[in-house]
Design a protein around this ligand. Sequence first.
Ligand SMILES: Cc1cc2nc3c(=O)[nH]c(=O)nc-3n(C[C@H](O)[C@H](O)[C@H](O)COP(=O)(O)OP(=O)(O)OC[C@H]3O[C@@H](n4cnc5c(N)ncnc54)[C@H](O)[C@@H]3O)c2cc1C
Length: 310
Amino acid sequence: MAEHRADILVIGAGIAGMTAAIYAARAGKSVAVLECEGFGGQIASSPQVENYPGIASISGADLSDALYRQASDLGVEFHFARASGVQPQPDGSFVVPGDAGNFACRSVILAAGAHHRGLDLPREQQLTGRGIGYCAVCDGAFYRGKTTAVVGGGSAALQSAEYLAGICEKVILIHRRDTFRGEAALVARVTALPNVELMLNSVVTEYLGDPKLTGLAVENKNTGARIEVAVDGVFLAVGQVPGNGPFAPPLQLDEAGYIQAGEDCKTNVPGLFAAGDCRAKTVRQLTTAAADGTVAAVAACAWADAHPAN
Ligand SMILES: Cc1cc2nc3c(=O)[nH]c(=O)nc-3n(C[C@H](O)[C@H](O)[C@H](O)COP(=O)(O)OP(=O)(O)OC[C@H]3O[C@@H](n4cnc5c(N)ncnc54)[C@H](O)[C@@H]3O)c2cc1C
C-alpha cells in the first residue's frame, strides 16, 4: 500500500532531477522528488561554476538553491528520503519504496547521479573526516593557514586546489599524469598560483598518521621514487562512481554501473527514464544533466498521459 502519490516521481535532487521536476511541474503534473543527501547533488560542493550558459559565475550552492526555490515555487514536493528500489506495476505505473514509505506514481525519472571515488588505500574510511575529505568548499575552512593536498587532474581537482589556495598556506596538487584534463583557463589560473605546488606523474600510495592524517606517501611513476609529504588534510577528486545498484534489476546497467539509456533517456523499463550523470554517456556536466532532465521529463509526462491513473 503506497503512502504517497504523484504523477511523476524523481529520484535525486541534483541538476538533472530538479530540471526534470521543473519541466514536469510546468506541464501540469504533480511531482515528488526524493533526495537522500543534500539538495543540489554534486554541484552544491563546487566553489564556482563558470560554464553554465547565461551565468558568468555562480557558486554551486547558490545555483542549487535557485533551482530548489524555482521547483518549490512550482509546487514540486521535496522529500528528504532514500529510494531503495523501483517496482514496475502491471498497469504501467510504479511503486518506489524508500525510507519515507512507498511512493506510487505513473512514471519515474531516475537521476541518482554519482558520488566520489576514493583511492582504495588502507584506512581510507577510518581517516575520512580525520584529514581525508572530498569537498573543499565544505571542509576547507578546517585547514585555514595549513598545508593541504588535492589528488586528481580534472576540473573538480583544479577547482578544489584554487579554492584551498585562498585559505591554506600551501596546496600540493598531486596528479598521476603530466597534463591536466580540466579546462585550459582553469589550468592556467591554478598552475600560476604561488602557493600551489604541482606533483605530476605521481600517485599517493599510503596515508600516514593515526588517528589523524599527518601526511602522504607519494610515488613518482617515472622514477619509482617514494617520498613522504607532510599535510594536514587531503581532498580526493579522482572521479565518480554511480549508485544505481538498488535499481538493478529491473534496470540494466553497463559494466561500470551506469544505466544503459541513450540520449532519449529511455531505459529498458518502459515508463522509467534515466537522466544526468547516472546514465551511460561521454560528457558529465551541468548542461548535459539539465538537458537529460528536460528530455526525461517530456517523455515521462507523455508516458503518464498515456497511462492515466485508474
Ligand atoms: C566538485 C565538483 C565541481 C564540478 N564543477 C562543475 C562545473 O563547474 N561545471 C559543470 O558543468 N559540471 C561540474 N561538475 C559536474 C556536475 O556537478 C555534474 O555533472 C552534475 O551535477 C550531475 O548532476 P546530476 O543531477 O546528474 O547528479 P548529482 O549531482 O550526482 O545528483 C544526484 C542526486 O541524487 C541523490 N541520490 C542518489 N541516490 C539516491 C537515492 N537512492 N534516493 C534519493 N536520492 C538519491 C544524490 O544524493 C544526489 O543529490 C562538478 C562536479 C564536482 C563534484
